[in-house]
Design a protein around this ligand. Sequence first.
Ligand code: FAD
Length: 312
Amino acid sequence: MHVAVLGAGVLGLSTALLAQQRGWTVSLYTDRLPLHTTSVKAGASFKPHAVGYTAHTRRLLEDSWTAFERVQAEAGAAAGVRKHVHWEASSAPRPRADYLSVMQQVRILERPEVPGGYAFGWRYVSFFIDMPVYLTWLMAQFEQNTGRVVVVNQPFTDLEQLAGLPAEIVFNCTGLGSRRLCHDQNLIPIKGQVVVVGPRPDMDWSINADGFYVYPRKTETLLGGTTERNIDTETVDNGALHLVIHGNKRILPGLELGDVRRAYAGLRPYREGGIRLEAEERNSRRIVHNYGHGGAGVTLSWGSARAALDCV
Ligand SMILES: Cc1cc2nc3c(=O)[nH]c(=O)nc-3n(C[C@H](O)[C@H](O)[C@H](O)COP(=O)(O)OP(=O)(O)OC[C@H]3O[C@@H](n4cnc5c(N)ncnc54)[C@H](O)[C@@H]3O)c2cc1C
């Protein structure tokens, strides 16, 4: 069977790879290559942030965990996937999240055991994914399996255009692009700004604390985070930059504006009512939608890709 996948973000690439594993011939159509997508801007820690959490999300999470275990075992550092200790700290107590049962070695702690002097903290082991490395690895896997990538000059603007693609099934993994493509009013951007500073070789753990985060990579450290609903521009905002530096000083006390190497912003594809994972028929062609993953697209990528294939 010939199938087409729209989108070269983490959802498109994961869906394309699983389709290849089913023995299908896959062509991937996109207006941006992986290192120019929203996906490359993710931190990325494995946890369901800014996404509707239901029993369905939970199944996607469990499926994804199993798949990331396999990626880590088979490719590990080459894929940019590792496990490490992650903290979620807060000044006020929070009810225990359901998703903690998917994480490993979970401990619920209080000051003074929580970093940064925070009053409460969840400490667990989870996946941590270096997105530029991971997307490059996914793309290489796809191309090695004889996957074909077509970069379109103009984004598709209407589902009717897909009738011309030489494929029996089309998987729509266009993230926020589906707002226009599917006229989906439920899809909204949630802007997140990231500040990049130098590496922290002393820090082999990451933390989210009262909305801020410190995510150390091998060659740099990502600091966040802001969550601005319905803001549609990726422009870096100076006020947000100051906020991120100030907010992370409890974890990195010596942090200064002069430490900033660069800053960028990305738009999380959040969907009111939850992720869209369903099939529709158009011109006797089946289109399977797989978009709207908010701040959890990396986390839920493999589970969503499998669920999309199950819609066929
Ligand atoms: C600052 C920030 C931090 C984040 N941190 C995390 C995290 O720690 N963990 C986590 O799990 N998630 C995180 N996320 C969320 C995650 O990045 C997204 O959920 C995920 O990248 C969505 O992937 P996607 O493949 O659906 O979309 P995208 O990465 O946006 O890919 C969409 C693809 O479709 C193509 N496309 C779009 N429209 C069209 C069209 N009309 N025609 C042709 N091609 C089209 C694009 O060019 C692109 O290739 C974060 C996001 C941000 C912004």
